[in-house]
Design a protein around this ligand. Sequence first.
Ligand code: HEM
Length: 399
Amino acid sequence: MTRTLDDIDLTDRVLHSTEDLSEFWRDLRHTKPVHWHQPADGGTGFWVLTAYEHISAVYRDTKHFTSERGNVMDALRAGGDSAAKRMLSLTDGRRHTDVRSILMKTFSKRGVEQVGERIRGITRGLVEQALERGTCDFAMDVAAPIPLMAICDLLGVPEEDRWRIFDLTSSMVASETPEHTQKDAWRNKNEVLFYFANMAEGRRVEPRDDIVSLLTGAQISGSGLTEDEIIFNCYSLILGGGETTRMSIGGAVVALVQHPDQWRALKNGDVSVDSAVEEVLRWTTPSMHMARTAVADVEIGGSSIRAGDIVTLWNVSANRDEKAFELPDAFNLARSPNKHVTLGGGSHFCLGAHLARLEINSVLTSLRDLVSEIEPVGEPRRIYSNFLGGVCHVPVALR
Ligand code: HEM
């Protein structure tokens, strides 16, 4: 059934998990690419942008839009994000540039390569274990541990705490069941913040070679970062570093199973792994939307957006925009050019882009080198969220 503008509520977390909205997005792109959306709860309405052209322009437009009140729909509709101006993604201007350059030491291409060997080794080991068992839940057994281990290594989170952190973060922006409450998310978020507050305290006394120590020791114009900045940025890294990449890796396997010709192209070396990584990112689009607040009146696509309005940018639609991609609904690992917006754009472009690409690359390389056949042995299960999109269970047999 094609959904129409009148019967859809984009804030509904179940909707994104249970329905294929591709026709809805296509209709919007063609008929109302800048659309004012009034959710069913009667609360704050917001603009919905679906065209690639408009979305990439807003990512770059720091004159008319800010991230400092929040960058996702739910937080903005609730009156603003509690981490505003204390977390990289929710800080603009000079402070943003300064904090980002501190973290760039770790997340630059060269910085990330330092953990490359370890990530490739972990990935190979996990795929080998899955092969030995014959069947596995690729999402839980392979996709989840890779980004978790990588970001925990970088942050300095000890091995014994990692799966507890995974349980807490994986239920913050999404859940495996429709009955997830906001209260659970807040409780889990507080526990993670508290965890990093303790860790930062320890690193002040005894610094090590990790990001928590980097942040506690960093100086901007002679002053250290605030306690809140340190804790919220650790929280953001563990969340941004873990959940999104997990969705892309799980989604990659689902896509390869559904497109055997593309699996063969990867296996035979007809496409480069680098190019395959970009198509996996475009195809899976784990951050379904990002959001901004207008700080000045501005016109987009003939619609007048007023200062104070919430503007949501639907990456899932932009990445299938026929004006930006040839045959956008084809999963084509050789796609070139492939300028997807999966990792955002402009000054807030994903800090973890090199790390995410390295992780997905290590999975595709291990699959290509070690696996001859991937066969589904059950239905993949999607998570429930209006922000994060993807699969949490992918039962497959590997041979
Ligand atoms: C920013 C997506 C992996 C950390 C972003 C943004 C997007 C995004 C769309 C832009 C946010 C905005 O404009 O408001 C993704 C996806 C990933 C991924 C889809 C995986 C497939 C990672 C990893 C890390 C990370 C591995 C860290 C280890 C961050 C941070 C920002 C960010 C800190 C904020 C950057 C800034 O404001 O300057 N990410 N991300 N992400 N991402 Fe990622």
